[in-house]
Ligand binder design. Structure first.
Ligand SMILES: NC(=O)c1ccc[n+]([C@@H]2O[C@H](COP(=O)([O-])OP(=O)(O)OC[C@H]3O[C@@H](n4cnc5c(N)ncnc54)[C@H](OP(=O)(O)O)[C@@H]3O)[C@@H](O)[C@H]2O)c1
Length: 340
């Protein structure tokens, strides 16, 4: 145990939050049940992870909808940070901190295919490896690097600006000299975006005059829109883009259900007239680059500083309702459950 790894227990059974029924749209607490399973031993090529922080991520809406990713009756597919207890993989050692697909449970039997990152010597509190140094932070870093070549003064617009991805996008863009404008859903989050994440300006997309306010905020238009919501927010944002601007499609939090696929975008002509480029980014296309990105982000955090907020519930019983909180927008920071 280092200063960065919290004290944790090693029970001899495994609590699991299982998918009890296939959700219709956003998963709710009633879609899950908790059960206690026996603890399994690793076989050749496997290692046993004691999960410490279970992650709640918007992507789990898709994972819960997909029978091949989360069968009914199986632990909910989830990312988590844990410590390897026992290993029968020569490249993974007991005591390593690991982040990967370990599910909503106390323990996971995992293989290297389940890993996103392995940290033999943590340089920061290990919960960070699920947030600012996990899928959200690495997504922000790689998507900005790959798709948004910002030069100082470029205006960039970011939705879910106070969230785990958005808060890092905002800060990195600011560090690169961009003029950074955020969109979020409450006054409290606007305050956090201004005071903690360095946004120059932030608007509440739920306020009545949002479209007008946004257009007035940057009459010369945005060079980049980092979109985490899609839907009507995207429709509005398209009309504020500069000529030759670029939209990075990173998330679709505003779409209530993909079944059936919603009819939507009505601003095709704006894309045409403004000569916009619209690029998708999907983090799991970049798994091979994950470890190197974590190292770079850790350096950035320890030199330039990167503020980030965590909302950590204590106890596995909080997992079941965590996704509806994300989609209600009530989370104030990266949502985690400490189960150690
Ligand atoms: N492409 C990729 O590979 C990748 C990887 C990671 C994450 N993502 C996406 O990035 C987005 C943010 O993820 P995160 O982990 O950082 O979550 P987060 O922002 O910490 O939490 C989700 C946020 O989404 C917003 N939201 C929820 N329902 C909404 C709605 N109907 N309309 C508009 N906004 C809504 C809320 O923020 P407000 O209060 O500000 O509305 C909520 O706090 C998600 O869409 C996620 O799927 C994509």
């Amino acid at each position: 145990v280092t200063d960065f790894i919290p004290r944790y227990s090693t029970p001899d059974s495994n609590r699991q939050v299982i998918l009890a029924r296939r959700p219709d749209g956003i998963p709710h607490a009633g879609d899950f049940e908790t059960r206690v399973a026996a603890l399994a031993k690793p076989e050749d090529g496997q290692f046993l992870v004691r999960n410490l922080y279970l992650s709640a991520d918007p992507a789990q809406r898709g994972w819960a909808a997909n029978p091949s990713l989360t069968p009914v009756g199986a632990p909910m597919r989830a990312l988590a940070v844990g410590v390897v207890q026992e290993s029968r993989d020569p490249e993974v050692a007991a005591g390593d901190v690991v982040y990967g697909f370990f599910g909503w449970q106390d323990y996971a039997l995992a293989t290297k295919d389940d890993l996103l990152s392995r940290i033999s010597t943590p340089r920061v509190p290990v919960s960070y490896y699920a947030g600012v140094l996990g899928m959200p932070g690495v997504t922000a870093w790689l998507a900005l690097n790959d798709l948004a070549p910002l030069i100082p003064g470029d205006p960039i617009l970011v939705s879910t600006a106070a969230g785990a991805v958005g808060s890092i996008v905002g800060q990195i863009a600011r560090q690169r000299g961009a003029y950074v404008v955020g969109l979020t859903g409450s006054d409290d989050k606007i305050h956090r975006c201004r005071c903690r994440f360095g946004y120059h300006a932030v608007f509440n997309y739920k306020a009545g005059d949002f479209a007008k306010t946004l257009a007035a905020a940057r009459p010369d238009g945005f060079k980049v829109y980092f979109d985490n919501t899609g839907g009507s927010i995207l429709d509005t944002a398209i009309r504020t883009m500069a000529k030759n601007g670029r939209i990075i499609q990173c998330g679709t939090a505003a779409i209530a259900s993909w079944n059936p696929p919603p009819q939507g975008l009505r601003n095709e002509r704006e894309v045409l007239m403004r000569a916009l480029t619209w690029s998708g980014f999907y983090i799991f296309d970049h798994v091979a680059r994950f470890g190197a990105a974590v190292d770079k982000l850790t350096d950035l955090m320890l030199t330039n500083g990167l503020n980030h907020d965590e909302e950590i519930d204590h106890g596995i019983e909080h997992a079941a309702a965590s996704l509806e909180a994300l989609f209600a927008g009530t989370n104030l920071g990266k949502k985690l459950m400490f189960v150690g």
